[in-house]
Design a protein around this ligand. Sequence first.
Ligand SMILES: Nc1nc2c(ncn2[C@@H]2O[C@H](COP(=O)(O)OP(=O)(O)OP(=O)(O)O)[C@@H](O)[C@H]2O)c(=O)[nH]1
Ligand SMILES: [Mg+2]
Ligand SMILES: [Zn+2]
Length: 333
Amino acid sequence: MGWSDRVAALFGALAHDDLTPARVVGVERGWARLATPAGERSLPFPGTAVGDWLALAAGGDTVHEILPRWSELGRLDPDGTRQVLAVNVDLVLITAPADRLSSSRVERELVVAWDSGARPVVVLTKLDVAPSGTVEDLAARLGPVEIVATSALTGDGLDQLRALLTHPVTAALLGPSGAGKSTLVNALLGEDRLAVGAVRDEDHRGRHTTTSRQLVPLASGGSLVDMPGLRSLGTDAGGDAVAAAFPDIEALAEGCRFGDCTHTVEPDCAVMAAVQAGDLDAGRLDNYRKLVTETASERTRVDPAARAAETRTSRSRTKALRRLYEDRDDRER
Ligand SMILES: Nc1nc2c(ncn2[C@@H]2O[C@H](COP(=O)(O)OP(=O)(O)OP(=O)(O)O)[C@@H](O)[C@H]2O)c(=O)[nH]1
Ligand SMILES: [Mg+2]
Ligand SMILES: [Zn+2]
């Protein structure tokens, strides 16, 4: 379940005998479902999230400590409260269904994913029903992010996913209801373990089949958090997460006349010039502006504790970004 040198070091730093490690694989109404060396068990323990590493005290009946988290995937729910979805995740798999593709939703999910401290990978699902050119169009819109095109039906792209999901990687599936997240987990498992539900005929929306988050170990060595599809995905992400999701616009902005150009009304705006020249999708720029405004206004409402947490995750985010660019350099070489 993702035990690694990093977790061993965090655990060892507790300098306390008689502790047992455990990983939170499910959370329900104040109870945490745990994977422990002695098997699965549940403890009444609120305040934890799927993916947490715990140190259990002797006997294993009480939680001595929650180990420090290296990433935290979260959202602002519709009433503005921060909801933690999964923690200690290395990869966020953003599932985008070909039968109901929304590039702006994927861009929002990329911002949320970068803000978590984990690395995002876009997973196009239902490739078997994708009109031709779907992958190319999506890649053109999203710029330099990794995209894996999959079909649970034909098996396309599953090996590519398995290659990402090796030990000790923990990944989380983010995406709308009906995107095929649980179907993908079943396909990777090779068995129908998780419930899946048909989408509505008229608009291909899902019916919210999955109702709780759970961490599932895979034969490829990694583990995967299946999540319920989210209707809304508000975010107070930091500016660097927005920048990471829109590296093309950030690069273009270097050429604007004003350092604080908003790419709306300013003269000599290199970003608007790129749209005019057909080099940048106008919808992408609109969505970028929207996300910049939304995240900035949400951030002004956050409390000091949230701000401190922001500083903590930004360090791992920088590392994740550096890895992305190193990966890309490797490929180009
Ligand atoms: N054609 C096709 N259909 C698929 C594929 N993957 C999933 N589906 C269908 O999409 C529908 C939704 O799949 P689910 O796996 O339940 O979707 P989900 O993302 O888990 O949805 P929630 O649990 O509601 O968030 C089901 O009818 C699946 O059979 C695929 O690769 N190709
Ligand atoms: Mg599901
Ligand atoms: Zn500009």
